[in-house]
Write a new protein. Structure first.
Length: 148
């Protein structure tokens, strides 16, 4: 099913679309957003690394507020390009108000507008034990001093 293009300018891809074949699965890295455009650089770097490591995915970066593209725009762009399954990776440390209240409302509206689309919300990065362990390990070694 082909959906109409978004009413705003198209979202910018973290990785260029593959000309030879369109991946059927999309991944949207979803961050909060900030007024300072440099704030998004670490997220762009993560998106580029994921895109380079997973050629079978089309990777996009989207923001809740203050920066384009929005989550709806990124999902619409992927759906319009023929992606039937889209995973949303919230780059939030915890299940706060945005992930508990705002995101379900956004995803319900997107699903209503695009009923054939399969959308899966992954856990917040702070809810992934391996990522918490990696942060703790880094912090353990980041400050000089005697080891326990």
């Amino acid at each position: 099913m082909i959906f109409p293009p978004p009413p705003v300018a198209p979202a910018v891809s973290a990785a260029p679309a593959k000309a030879d074949a369109v991946a059927q699965t999309g991944l949207v890295l979803f961050a909060h957003g900030a007024r300072d455009p440099e704030w998004a650089e670490p997220f762009r770097a993560i998106a580029a690394r994921v895109a380079a490591g997973r050629k079978d995915l089309t990777v996009k970066l989207a923001f809740l507020e203050m920066q384009p593209p929005s989550l709806a725009d990124a999902i619409t762009e992927l759906a319009t390009a023929g992606h039937g399954t889209i995973h949303i990776a919230p780059l939030f440390m915890a299940q706060g108000g945005h992930l508990k209240k705002d995101v379900p409302v956004l995803l319900a509206e997107i699903s209503r507008q695009q009923p054939g689309l399969k959308i899966e919300l992954l856990p917040a990065i702070g809810d992934v034990p391996g990522l918490r362990d990696a942060i703790a390990d880094w912090l353990t070694g980041a400050v000089p001093g005697a080891s326990a």
